[in-house]
Design a protein around this ligand. Sequence first.
Ligand SMILES: [Zn+2]
Length: 167
Amino acid sequence: MAKQLLETLPDQTKKLITRYLDMRPVPLGKIAKEFGVKVFTSPLEQGISGQIAKENGDFVIRINKYESRQRQRFTLAHELAHYFLHKDIIENEGPIKDNILYRSGKSDTVEAQANRLAAEIIMPDEKIKSDLNQLRKNMDEETFDMIASKWEVSNQALRIKLSTVGG
Ligand SMILES: [Zn+2]
């Protein structure tokens, strides 16, 4: 398995995040709070799923209030990933605004990294392994639904995870 992005974060950051990865679903709001990141659900510009900006010294994430809860969770994880990985870009270039495909005008690498770290946080490899093994034995819709709802992710996110994590 490729090295986790989570492993590349500073020790203290990693330690604070890891504390929450034993919980199901992973409490993203608490992780944000731990780092002093403010989170709001707001009516954003059309086609924007989420954004992160530095405002008056604080990092502020806004999530599109009209999207589904699972979608909002992934968006929050994605924006938190930008916070952990791309603070300097936000500080130097201004807010990152992600559209529904999580494209923001930043490089593909930046967006791919944010998606990867988001998936690592929302479905931690070690914790979700046994669920994925259960799925491999039993790939019916019902099992997908049950496991997706346990982690509060979309079935699609779960399918992607299944294809990227070894058994
Ligand atoms: Zn993004």
